[in-house]
Write a protein that binds this ligand. Sequence first.
Ligand SMILES: [Mg+2]
Length: 391
Amino acid sequence: MILHIDMDAFFASVEQAINPRLKGKPLIVGTRERKLHTVVCAASYEAKALGIGSGMSSEEAFKICPDLNFVPAEQSKYIWTSGRILELIKGYGFETVYVSIDEFQIDVGDQGQSPNGGCPSYAVALAEDIRSKIHKNFNITASVGIAKNCLLAKLASKLNKPNGVAVLTEANLAEILAKTPVEKLCGVGEKTAEIFHDLGIKTCLDLYAKTPKFLERNLGKNGLNLYASLHSEESLEPADDDPDPKSVGHSYTLPRSTENPGFIRAWIRLLADMVGERLRQQGLAAATTHLWLNGPKIGNFGAQKTFPEATNDGCEIFRRVLVNMSKLGPQTPKTRALGVTCSSFTHTRYLPLFDQQKSRESLLEAVDRINDRYGDGSIYPAAITLTREMP
Ligand SMILES: [Mg+2]
């Protein structure tokens, strides 16, 4: 059995935990400091109850509720809390996967399964214990979904949100899936939902009941993957402690050494983009980025850093590589060859947290489709044009 543990309104809850004055009040967390000129990236449940949600402009949110409380997002707080929660969950000793900044999965094996397909009381007791520890330690609430695989466990985590537990067993699966619209399933956006509706698939049960053949005929390879994710009973793939960690990287040797920072950055951006594209092709996202530089003065320089959130966005990989590069100091060293490598992979079967990330994902999908159809390099970030002229 898989437990999917999802913090409730995570960023807003962390802010409310830090500042008790905000507890129980409608609160939005904005992506930028300017209260009336930003986008809501998280809303407290009190704000959600008024119809305010992430992705909305803050101006619109204040129109709905003029007394709304506002806090600009401060990533470091959420990343810190997320890391401590992950430690707490790992402490239970099960295979643990970091899904996103506020979602984690553990595999409790057969211990969670009851032979008659009824309620797996062990898994439920464990979920309650984890939830109460999270509440005690961080003063925020979490919801847990329990099911035979990751996709169904994630779906289950939404069913009794906030602050609840839901279990999908063979005994209640059909009944619950029949009541759940297919849009609730992770990875089913507006477009996919439309396709499903045209195929007569309205509820998760309609989808669950389809044969792999039907899904392949109508959705291609994605349909087959979806079937596998819905029906699998496989255990979690270990994310850490892989004896042979795989990586994806690209490197390039310049025609001659240069210390032109714009040119070097353009090359790093290009390599980061190539790595991002390869990760997306393989359905992977990576938490660790590594930069390698070679030059007459620095010899071989390497720096790597692991970030809490995995990515396959070339632009984000580029930003992370620059963090590694900052270890060299403000001056760009004379460089002859350079490489960008990513590792610590997770699978990208989960939708991102925020609408901004969702639109970023659709953008990347569109870029990949154009390059697939018209050839590599048909569309690329303007920053890369510099790589075509050696200064
Ligand atoms: Mg959450």
